[in-house]
Design a protein around this ligand. Structure first.
Ligand SMILES: C[S@@+](CC[C@H](N)C(=O)[O-])C[C@H]1O[C@@H](n2cnc3c(N)ncnc32)[C@H](O)[C@@H]1O
Length: 389
């Protein structure tokens, strides 16, 4: 069956944040509000396909891991009927997907329940696309390394095969700026999700990560404040969106962003990542122990940058957790985090952390968190906490 839906995929529990980001992006880039999505599971949003919305989501969103265009769906349970149905759909499809002589790649995801192996599913979908296009007079071939467009076949929750075009050309979490990982870096899309959850307003808030490691949160905060575009070869090959390079959505945004860590080595990683991301000079990196961090430190940094001391802002971090440190060390560190946050009156303090000890210790200092939300961090069951200070 020929279908046409825009699917935005992210971490579990991020549907609300992803939709909020798409609203912000679409209002700025397209001057229109996207329709309400259908939610599939805890981390997938589905919209009626709209080429402008697809372009804007792929170019500007930072919270999803993938943006795909679902184009065919089949209830076939075996390879032969799947091939027959797909060839017929592709041949009868009036939509233009790329050009003659395009190279494509096909990937299968979550097809374990299908009555054939992953490689067989890939082979059949690939053959059906090439043979179906051939009937339309377009000669496509397989090009695994540098395809003009990447296709994905997966089983949905109802067990149907959905064939999609991966509009971002792979995982959107990898932005291309990470040169040095540090010890336990946050994934980039998760850092962007945290920034959205804090409702960081770059026009009036400062953002400080007091334990910044390789700098993921400060770098993503600047990039999302500025609405930096991503280039997608697939969008270009499909002719989606305006010709030429997309401009930043908020190119003149100059938020006050600071990354601190007590480890001078990881700050070196953060600086080289920031250079790669094109935000050198937008983040101040400061060696500091959280026990000493105070609003005066940030006021001095603001003054050096010719700014008034911020009266509101966000402390946002992913503190060390149990796997690397013992509880005996973590308790005192979490207590210092609570005490440091308490010094920032009028700010918000937010953390993603997988240790249950964190909530107990920090709540003793700051009271109950205003927001406590489950949010996976890699394979860890973590929580996002936010306190009004
Ligand atoms: C889980 S890592 C943060 C990873 C970071 N978000 C990233 O994406 O790379 C925790 C960081 O806390 C830092 N840290 C631990 N104790 C600290 C302290 N007392 N003061 C400041 N930083 C500290 C560590 O050096 C480490 O870089």
């Amino acid at each position: 069956m020929i279908i046409s839906e825009l699917r935005i995929v992210g971490s579990t529990q991020t549907n609300v944040v992803m939709h909020a980001e798409l609203v912000r992006v679409a209002q700025r880039a397209l001057k229109k509000r996207p329709p309400e999505p259908r939610k599939e599971g805890l981390g997938q949003l589905v919209y009626p396909f709209d080429p402008d919305l697809a372009w804007a989501a792929t170019t500007y969103m930072r919270t999803p891991t993938r943006v795909v265009w679902d184009v065919y769906r089949s209830t076939a349970q075996r390879l032969e009927p799947l091939y027959d149905e797909l060839v017929a759909d592709v041949a009868a499809d009036a939509r233009a997907f790329g050009r003659d002589r395009d190279g494509i790649s096909v990937e299968a995801r979550r097809v374990e329940e299908f009555a054939a192996g992953e490689r067989q599913v890939v082979g059949v979908v690939k053959n059906a696309l090439i043979d179906g296009m051939d009937k339309r007079g377009l000669r496509w071939h397989v090009e695994p390394e540098r395809p003009a467009h990447r296709w994905v076949a997966r089983l949905d929750e109802a067990g149907e095969v959905v064939v999609s075009i991966d509009l971002g050309g792979g995982s959107l979490s990898q932005r291309g700026w990470r040169r040095d990982a540090g010890e336990a870096p946050l994934r980039e899309h998760l850092a962007a999700t945290l920034v959205m959850l804090t409702r960081f307003d770059p026009r009036k808030d400062a953002l400080v990560d007091p334990m910044c490691g390789s700098g993921t949160i400060p770098i993503e905060a600047v990039l999302s404040a500025r609405g930096m575009p991503r280039r997608s070869a697939t969008l270009r090959a499909l002719g989606l969106g305006p010709a030429g390079d997309a401009a930043p959505l908020f190119g003149d945004s100059r938020p006050l962003v600071v990354g601190c860590d007590h480890d001078i080595g990881v700050l070196g990683h953060a600086k080289s990542n920031a250079a790669e991301a094109g935000v050198t000079g937008d983040v101040t990196w400061q060696r500091a122990d959280i026990a000493q961090l105070a609003p005066e430190t940030i006021a001095e940094i603001a003054a050096e940058r010719g700014r008034p001391a911020p009266t509101s802002g966000v402390l946002l971090s992913n503190p060390p957790y149990g796997e690397r440190m013992q509880e005996a060390e973590l308790g005192p560190l979490y207590y210092e985090i609570g005490r440091a946050a308490a010094r920032f009156r009028g700010w918000r303090a937010a953390f993603i952390v997988a240790s249950p000890l964190f909530e107990r210790v920090v709540s003793d200092v700051l009271g109950q968190a205003r927001i406590k939300k489950p949010l996976a961090n890699a394979n860890l069951r973590a929580y996002f906490f936010m306190w009004d200070l």
